[in-house]
Design a protein around this ligand. Sequence first.
Ligand SMILES: Nc1ncnc2c1ncn2[C@@H]1O[C@H](COP(=O)(O)OP(=O)(O)O)[C@@H](O)[C@H]1O
Ligand SMILES: N[C@@H](CC(=O)OP(=O)(O)O)C(=O)O
Length: 454
Amino acid sequence: MKVCKFGGTSVASAEQIKKVAAIVQSDPSRKIVVVSAPGKRFSGDTKVTDLLIELGRASLAGERVEAPLEKVVQRYAQIAEELNLDPAVIRAIQTDLWNRLSADKSNQELYMDRIKASGEDNSAKLIAAYFAASGLQAKYVNPGDAGLIVNDLPKRAQALPEAYERLATLRNSEAVSVFPGFFGFTKNGTLRTFERGGSDITGSILAAAVKAELYENFTDVDCVFAANPHTVANPVEIEKMTYREMRELSYAGFAVFHDEALMPAFKESVPVCIKNTNHPAAPGTMIVKERDYSKRPVTGISADSGFSTLYVSKYLMNREIGFGRNLLQILEDEGISYEHIPSGIDNLSVIIRSHQLTPEKEARIVQRIQTEMHADDVHIRSDFSMVVLVGEGMNHTIGLAARAASAIARTGANIEMINQGSSEVSLVFGVLKHDETKILKELYQEFFEPALVK
Ligand SMILES: Nc1ncnc2c1ncn2[C@@H]1O[C@H](COP(=O)(O)OP(=O)(O)O)[C@@H](O)[C@H]1O
Ligand SMILES: N[C@@H](CC(=O)OP(=O)(O)O)C(=O)O
């Protein structure tokens, strides 16, 4: 049995949904189909999830919702009409959206989650209706009924162990299960969404639960490339990579697969294949536990912006027992997680995702470190990017860090931070955001051109 996930671009229009149906029909082992909300049809288009966020915000702000609601309904109406579906499908979507809008607003996060989740939920209902109309034995499956149980707030939504047991029964379904991605329900029935891009996570959870032979993740590119195709022209295609490599690459910029989607499949050893809905005959990229030795030590290079550094220096910091713990406690008190902590004898930097910071939080953090920890210098700087080289063969390749550093030097950019060692498969460079693109291009040039044997 295969689990297939079709991303936003694969279900963005009637034309795309027809391709999805053909792909599912062409292989009887494709028994579980996870779908996203309709995504971008062309560059500059707006994803339904973003339209829903606009709608939810308007509703919470007490503004009129008719116009943003109409934008959402229109997306589905156009699809349904072009697929010749019964207009009742659209009336049901309209009613569903009004019900969600009139729900309790006391917890704004949960209110927004309900609105956002309608994107995939209505997409799954519409696609199941189309499958059935095209003669495929298929049914919509509600994640609450099927048992996709997630934890409560304030933690990030993650599937609980019992979810896997309950979802395993999907194996027994004769009909193709059309399952909405992106959300689950807590034990008391509260809907919670995963992070953006989280339909990949739903697919992985289901693939692990039913112990699928393969988790196919259909998107709009033939494979995973060695660098973001928007930055590097015609990057090398990756035929096979390990879960660890994909985890590291998707952590920092490979938007093609969500980094949290690796673990469920990995735990059950379900291989993942990234494939193209527009070109299903292409073999795609296989993500597996182990791969053969490659001539190329670097598998891929990713880059992501939106990082800040908290720099702290204090003479004899290295001898002060509990210094690190106290510092991290201050961050914990502000509800902030960290990414890396490169350190020296008398100083350390904590790398943080900037979206977690506000001017008020920054001021409180700096003030507490100065007064409670008597630091000599404390400051927070934003606009950093992390450029990450990833490859299973990297650790055993002498001179690789030197080659990378020389390539970065050629761009004239400064390296603000290097982190290697803790992870066996990656080498992370912290750089200023405005240097990110030229560094990525130069590193690609260094490690992938001229193209070596794959
Ligand atoms: N290294 C990479 N390899 C392939 N695609 C990448 C890479 N880095 C970024 N992408 C982008 O990821 C996109 C697919 O992911 P996403 O937009 O989430 O698709 P979907 O709508 O199928 O969920 C591609 O169109 C591509 O632009
Ligand atoms: N629709 C949600 C979840 C998702 O996974 O979407 P996509 O498959 O288009 O990345 C989002 O936009 O975040």
